[in-house]
Design a protein around this ligand. Structure first.
Ligand code: GTP
Ligand code: MG
Length: 138
C-alpha cells in the first residue's frame, strides 16, 4: 500500500468539479484518506513548486495556484503514485488519454485541474507540507 499527494487546482474548484474528480479517483480504486479545502498562500505555492522556479511559467503557475481555493488530498492504494499519474493523464490535456481527469476536465497545460506526486520521496515531502499525521485516517 502506498500514499500519494493530490491537489484539485483552482480551475477545478472554480467550476465545482471537486465531486466529479473525486468520483474518478475513487472509481480507480484510490482511497481519499485525507482532504481539506484551503486557500494556498504565495509562500506555500512557491515552496511547493520550488523545483520549477527557473522555468518561464513559474510566476504564472504560482499566481494560478493562489487565485482560488484548492483541495489538498492524500490518496492511498496499491501503487498509488503511478496509478494516480495514470488517472490524471498527461500534463497537456490535448495529449491526455481518454477517460483521464485532464482529458475530461483540464482547460490548458497551465490550468490542468490536478496535481499528483511523481515519486515516493516527493509524495512524502508534499504530504508533510500540508498534513499532520493525525489528519490522515487510513
Ligand atoms: P503536476 O502534477 O502539477 O506537478 O503536473 P506534472 O507533473 O504533470 O507537470 P510538471 O511537474 O512538469 O509541471 C508542473 C505544473 O506546472 C503543471 O501541472 C502545470 O500546471 C504547470 N505548467 C507546466 N508547463 C507549463 C507551461 O508551459 N505553462 C504554464 N502556464 N504552466 C505550465
Ligand atoms: Mg510535476
Amino acid at each position: 500500500i502506498e500514499r500519494t499527494f493530490s491537489i484539485l487546482k483552482p480551475d477545478a474548484t472554480e467550476r465545482n468539479l471537486t465531486g466529479a474528480i473525486n468520483a474518478v479517483i475513487e472509481k480507480a480504486g484510490l482511497r481519499i484518506v485525507a482532504q481539506k479545502r484551503i486557500r494556498m498562500t504565495q509562500e506555500q505555492a512557491e515552496t511547493f513548486y520550488a523545483v520549477h522556479k527557473e522555468r518561464p511559467f513559474f510566476g504564472e503557475l504560482v499566481s494560478f495556484m493562489i487565485s482560488a481555493p484548492v483541495v489538498v488530498q492524500v490518496l492511498e492504494g496499491d501503487n498509488a503514485i503511478a496509478k494516480y499519474r495514470e488517472v490524471m493523464g498527461a500534463t497537456d490535456p490535448a495529449k491526455a488519454a481518454d477517460g483521464t481527469i485532464r482529458k475530461l476536465y483540464a482547460k490548458s497545460v497551465g490550468e490542468n485541474s490536478v496535481h499528483g506526486s511523481d515519486a515516493a520521496e516527493t509524495a512524502a515531502q508534499e504530504i508533510a507540507q500540508f498534513f499532520s499525521g493525525n489528519e490522515i485516517v487510513g
